[in-house]
Write a protein that binds this ligand. Structure first.
Ligand code: NAP
Length: 245
């Protein structure tokens, strides 16, 4: 059987990096997108290539329409198809709502939400004619529950949930599944601007008594992409240790 191809945005670090690793060792062709972290992306490329995995890296700022289009075109040029698209790239900013500048609001919306529109719109040019595909959007528990000091982040992640549900209805007849993973608190660089006391408090409030790992999210993505996810669409799955129930 032909290998499946996955395109992962923001896969140089954190959750995207773990997803890239897991899909690569599970025999997918993997396109690893990065923007600023070239060193990390190259390191991951070398690690996976040495294991005999089929991987490529491509620099693109997915909040830019033409770079998002180039990323999808690169994937098609390398592997001729996209079976699984994982919209993972994201940034977080912590600020009191009244202190959020217009620039910061738009930056968060452009990277977290508009990028999903740009990459998905382009990828669907190739996925719809194939009548096959899986799209997995990475949202957040804050998109479900709302996070104070993160109104822009929460709004962008809630919008991804709405987009996932609407697109699942539209694309179901094309045999394309669209789902959302809404992670809880996951140990990545994204937590670097949160102080230790707050992290301890978040851990204590989690019924499973630990923070999540990028691998926790990667395993969920691999399941959704697998045959196990074939009858799942329009859903929000939240690996969060019970933090939001
Ligand atoms: P991270 O460790 O900070 O990694 C973020 C990734 O996104 C990096 O690979 C970064 O690439 C990429 N990225 C950022 N802006 C980009 C852009 N304009 N174009 C292309 N790539 C871009 O964060 P993470 O925790 O892994 O987060 C991954 C996703 O999970 C995000 O959507 C985040 O909102 C979501 N999430 C995280 C948590 C958590 O607790 N960590 C919880 C819920 C949801 P470069 O470094 O190469 O620029």
């Amino acid at each position: 059987m032909n290998k499946k191809t996955v395109l992962i945005t923001g896969a140089s670090r954190g959750i995207g990096r773990a997803i890239a690793r897991l899909f690569a060792i599970n025999n997918y062709n993997v396109v690893i997108n990065y923007n600023k972290s070239e060193h990390e992306a190259k390191e991951l490329y070398e690690e996976l290539s040495e294991k005999g995995c089929s991987v490529r890296i491509f620099k693109a700022d997915v909040s830019d329409i033409s770079e998002a289009n180039s990323l999808v075109n690169y994937c098609i040029g390398q592997f001729e198809k996209i079976d699984v698209l994982i919209n993972n790239a994201g940034i977080s900013k912590n600020n009191l709502f009244t202190d959020i500048s217009y620039e910061e609001w738009h930056e968060v919306m452009n990277v977290n939400l508009n990028s999903v529109f740009y990459v998905t719109k382009k990828a669907l040019q190739y996925m719809i004619p194939e009548m096959n595909g899986k799209i997995i959007n990475i949202s957040s528990i804050w998109g479900i529950a709302g996070g104070s000091y993160e109104v822009h982040y929460s709004a962008s992640k809630a919008a991804i949930i709405g987009m996932t549900k609407a697109l699942a209805k539209e694309l179901g007849p094309s045999n394309i599944n669209v789902n959302c993973i809404a992670p809880g608190v996951i140990k990545t660089d994204m937590l670097n601007n949160i102080n230790e006391d707050t992290i301890d408090m978040l851990r204590d409030e989690t019924p499973l008594m630990r923070l999540g790992t990028p691998e926790d999210i990667a395993r969920c993505a691999l399941f959704l992409a697998s045959e196990g996810g074939d009858f799942i669409t329009g859903q929000v799955i939240s690996p969060n240790g019970g933090f939001v129930i």
